[in-house]
Design a protein around this ligand. Structure first.
Ligand code: ATP
Ligand code: MG
Length: 624
């Protein structure tokens, strides 16, 4: 262990020893990670306050441990707290230190490209200091204190500012990170001193006089409670306004962008049975979407998957800028081996970081995989508290908790008049793929895009396994002006015509299951072949092919228009066999087109072959 880390640990330990004397409550009962505490009378206990448990029995007497916990329920001078760590050895009588603060994050430059746990502990630094097996009771600064940032003042002495207004900026990678007046500031403050230069986040860069005439030091970092919405606070206090979402978030997944779009600032969910491709789809979103910043919250996913993401991202290119993908990404990761309680907090951590960057005017996509594991954490806690269970043991407030999460999304115009958005897409993993269960149902009644994955499609390897017959998006109509102005006047109309084709194709297919091919007319058979063709070449997309994995919107337009024209084409097939023959060949050529770089010689040659094939089968030639 390096000298620096030794000092750091010593400092931590001595701070803890000092704080043990500040105990204001003590443990009266322990039940797993739920502990009942009793106030010693000096400080009132408040709901959601962060407290520390100081176990007196420890494996290593030399190291003081402080276990972070949050107050869940207060009854007079008794409270139930939930500990975010392993509670082994915690005993009745152990000291509790109250912080007086709600569970909060550090907001400031240096968040991007970080990998945090649900409580904003930087995992890489934790691992380098304490090894891969996380030691309990260790908390680290979320933002690196050794890093300096070039601070440019935007405000000047005498300026009157209020919460959320920018007083300076620093470059954070390729982003301009706005340093804003703390969001909890009341009324106007006057800048009385401001400096410029390279500083770490704790350096005082400005001084302001508040409403009460007090001098307040401002650094580049502020704390914010995770369970409160930044934008909602600023909407009430300042000039931040909610806007109507009017632009799609382009994911480059054809079935999503064309058929079931998600608006910037909108909400979507991906329910699907185990192994149906939820994580792969979310990965595609995180890589290729046109958001400025992506926050990936992995709640209780398998550790292996998370490690894969972490190792992969620094080597991947950001498709829009060519930089490393990790530069625009924050990963919040709670593997299934981490304590349940931290998992519950992690969704709020992700959203709060998303809101912070949205407030600077960026478009942020927050992904959560999977929200079912988050809801299960809520259920476990509720059960331990012996609350009255609702459906399938989930607490009655789960519905409003889910709504509360997605409600933090939206488009805002910030204090400076710039627009930013926070979009959220959560996956849901219902047991047995049963969408009737409470978490899926509560989510479906909240979000505006439903990308339902089906076992049947995954089994057939029709990826992404989004089932076009059950999925829906309210944004297709809501964004129709955008499509009209940016793609084509009849875009939405054409998409709906193709959706109708898929429905018709499915009902013909079902009929065919009963009667066989002979039982249906040639016309119906051709309709079925057309819908199958659309499915094969447009809805399906290979996440593991260099080219096909991402289909930008301009390419989607060309691809969709070609597919539609081939589908609308009047053909005169002599019999079903000829019809099938044609669509099989057409599908093969079209798929090769999808695999070719846009505008490359191969691409053009496949285009030409498609036209040649079409010409062979129209008019008299096909009838022969
Ligand atoms: N778009 C795709 N293209 C090709 N293969 C895919 C695609 N999506 C999923 N798969 C295949 O399905 C497998 C399972 O996908 P994934 O891990 O995303 O499922 P999941 O729904 O997240 O599962 P779980 O419920 O266990 O978390 C992948 O390892 C991959 O082989
Ligand atoms: Mg998964």
């Amino acid at each position: 262990m390096s000298e620096q880390t030794n000092t750091e640990l010593e400092q931590q330990a001595s701070a803890h020893r000092a704080s043990a004397h500040r105990a204001s409550a003590q443990v009266v009962a322990v039940m797993g990670d739920i502990i009942t505490i009793k106030s010693l009378g000096s400080k009132p206990l408040t709901k959601n306050e962060v407290v520390y448990v100081m176990p007196s029995r420890r494996a290593n007497e030399q190291v003081e441990e402080q276990l972070m916990a949050e107050v869940l329920r207060v009854r007079g001078d008794i409270a139930d707290i939930q500990v975010y760590e392993d509670t082994r050895g915690v005993a009745v009588g152990d000291a509790i230190i109250q912080t007086g603060h709600l569970l909060s994050l550090e907001l400031g430059p240096g968040i991007l490209s970080m990998i945090y746990d649900g409580l904003q502990n930087p995992l890489e630094r934790l691992a380098s200091l304490h090894g891969k097996f996380l030691q309990r009771g260790v908390q680290l600064d979320a933002l690196d204190r050794s890093q300096t940032w070039a601070f440019t003042a935007v405000a000047k002495t005498g300026d009157k500012l209020h919460a959320g207004e920018t007083f300076g900026t620093v470059p954070e990678g390729r982003f301009t990170h706005r340093i804003m007046i703390p969001f909890n500031t009341e009324g106007e403050v006057e800048v009385i001193w401001i400096q410029e230069g390279s500083f770490n986040v704790d350096t005082v860069v400005a001084k302001v006089r508040n409403q009460r005439g007090e001098e307040v030091d401002l650094t580049m970092v502020q704390k914010w409670p995770v369970r409160h919405s930044i934008s909602e606070t600023l909407t009430k206090k300042g000039k931040t306004e909610r806007q109507y979402p009017d632009t799609p978030l382009v994911t480059t997944q054809r079935i999503v962008d064309t058929f079931f779009p998600i608006a910037r600032g909108g909400t979507g969910c991906i329910p699907g049975p185990f192994g149906s491709g939820k994580t792969v789809l979310q990965h595609s979103f995180s890589r290729y979407c046109d958001a400025d910043i992506v926050i990936v919250t992995a709640c209780g996913e398998r550790a292996g998957e998370v490690v894969e993401t972490i190792e992969e991202f620094p080597h991947l290119q950001d498709p829009t800028t060519g930089g490393s993908l990790i530069d625009r990404t924050v990963i919040i990761c709670n593997t299934s081996s981490m304590p349940v309680a931290a998992r519950e907090a992690s969704i709020y951590t992700g959203l709060t970081l998303g809101e912070y960057y949205r407030q600077m005017g960026y478009n942020v996509l927050a992904l959560a995989d999977s929200t079912s594991r988050w809801a299960q954490a809520m259920r476990e806690t509720s059960n331990r508290l012996e609350e009255i269970p609702g459906e399938e043991g989930f607490p009655a407030y789960m519905d409003s908790a889910i709504k509360g999460v997605y409600e933090r999304c939206g488009v805002i115009r910030n204090e400076e008049g710039d627009e930013g958005s926070l979009t959220m897409v959560g996956s849901v993993s219902p047991a047995g793929g049963n969408f009737e269960e409470p978490v899926t149902q509560a989510t479906l009644s909240t979000v505006k895009t439903f990308l339902g994955l089906s076992y049947e499609r995954a089994y057939k390897r029709f990826y992404p396994a989004i089932d076009p017959l059950i999925s829906w998006s309210r944004y297709l109509d809501q964004l129709s002006d955008w499509y009209g102005n940016n793609l084509s006047a009849d875009w939405v109309e054409n998409v709906k015509e193709m959706q109708a084709l898929l429905v018709k194709g499915d009902s013909i297919n079902q009929m065919m299951q009963v009667t066989g091919e002979e039982g249906i007319t040639l016309e119906d058979y051709v309709t079925f072949q057309k819908s199958l063709f659309l499915d094969m070449v447009y809805l399906q997309q290979d996440a593991f092919d260099d080219v096909d994995s991402s289909c930008p919107l301009t390419r989607q337009k060309a691809c969709f228009e070609l597919a539609v024209s081939l589908i609308r084409q009047q053909y005169t097939f002599k019999d079903k066999e000829i019809a099938r023959d044609y669509f099989v060949k057409l599908t093969g050529l079209f798929k090769n087109l999808n695999y070719s770089h846009d505008g490359s010689p191969e691409y053009n040659s496949y285009l030409q072959k498609i036209e040649e094939l079409r010409n062979q089968y129209i008019g008299t030639a096909a009838a022969a």
